[in-house]
Ligand binder design. Structure first.
Ligand SMILES: Nc1nc2c(ncn2[C@@H]2O[C@H](COP(=O)(O)OP(=O)(O)OP(=O)(O)O)[C@@H](O)[C@H]2O)c(=O)[nH]1
Ligand SMILES: [Mg+2]
Length: 300
């Protein structure tokens, strides 16, 4: 009878917007990583930890791999994802069933020499079963010998089977984290991410890509959490857009973030948001490090 405890790092890798963060949240049953309908939402490696009596599965959500290396932040994001190729015990390559293209082929090529890889074909709720099967056949040509698991992260379809397949690949080993810990990230980090998620969802076009959020104060009082955060933009013209007419947009973003935070913290939240400019921060190594985008500190 098998009773050895299993522990391993399982990296969720893929092109932007394939549903990596949605899948990780669904697998651990908690929202630790933000999601949005736009690509390039996730910027850091984020751990989502699931512990049972028999195993500890440490999922690693990663930024979407992409070809745009124009700014320092893009290079940081690609490094954060690519480092998992060598560090993970198992790689899950996520594909969007409706958007399989050359960028996915490139990623499958990059992992072709690695030993433990499975392919997760996500968003199957968007196609008929009849359309899914030929996609699986096509993908099998680019990932010969690999298991291909069709799922819907959003509808939580076939996730039990995916988890069984993943767990079967975990190496024996002692747990790395306490059994009640679900992420490596602090509440400050998650708070900044929730605010960034609302910016991604509320602001139009390219603006969210010019934004980062920093928590200035975070204080827990008896039944109230006081949070003050700065939304950093790259140019002065962007400041007014984030604030909106008479402050309306910033107010909306604050309300949405506060509602999520109150649920998460199970406490009343007093949230103050400021908007400030740091010229060209996304292409400046020093600013990036100051805002926590640092290879030396990937789990900030
Ligand atoms: N219909 C459908 N939509 C999904 C599914 N999984 C994720 N999505 C949606 O796809 C979009 C992107 O999801 P994310 O989880 O943010 O994708 P990601 O791969 O983490 O994206 P990046 O962090 O930008 O690389 C969101 O709007 C999700 O709601 C799914 O199974 N079905
Ligand atoms: Mg993501």
């Amino acid at each position: 009878m098998k009773n050895t405890f299993q522990t391993g790092y399982v990296a969720l890798i893929g092109k932007p917007n394939t549903g990596k963060s949605t899948l990780m949240n669904a697998l651990i049953g908690e929202k630790v990583s933000i999601t949005a309908h736009r690509p390039q939402t996730t910027r850091h490696q984020i751990l989502g930890i699931k512990t049972t009596d028999n195993y500890q599965c440490i999922f690693v959500d990663t930024p979407g791999l992409h070809d745009d290396n124009s700014k320092a932040i893009h290079r940081y994001m690609n490094r954060a994802a690519a480092s998992m190729f060598t560090e993970a015990d198992l790689i899950c390559v996520l594909l969007d069933v409706k958007r399989f293209n050359q960028n996915d082929e490139k990623i499958l090529q990059r992992v072709s020499k690695l030993e433990k890889v499975i392919v997760v074909l996500n968003k199957i709720d968007q196609v008929t079963r009849a359309a899914c099967l030929p996609m699986m056949k096509l993908i099998a040509e680019f990932a010969p010998g690999r298991e291909i698991v069709p799922v819907s992260a959003l509808k939580r379809d076939n996730l039990d089977r995916l988890e069984t397949i993943i767990v079967a690949q975990l190496p024996p080993g002692a747990p790395q984290f306490p059994d009640d810990q679900i992420t490596d990230k602090s509440m400050r980090f998650i708070t900044a991410e929730i605010i960034r998620e609302k910016l991604f969802r509320v602001l139009k076009q390219e603006l969210p890509y010019s934004i980062t959020v920093n928590i200035d104060h975070y204080k827990v009082e008896s039944d109230l959490t006081r949070i003050s955060a700065t939304v950093w933009v790259e140019r002065s013209s962007q400041k007014g857009i984030v604030i909106g007419k008479n402050g309306s947009l910033l107010k909306k973003i604050g309300t949405l973030a506060r509602t999520d935070l109150e649920r998460l913290l199970d406490s009343q939240v007093y949230l103050q948001l400021w908007v400030k400019i740091r010229e060209g921060w996304a292409d400046d190594e020093k600013s990036l490090a100051a805002f926590g985008y640092s290879d030396a500190n990937p789990s900030h």
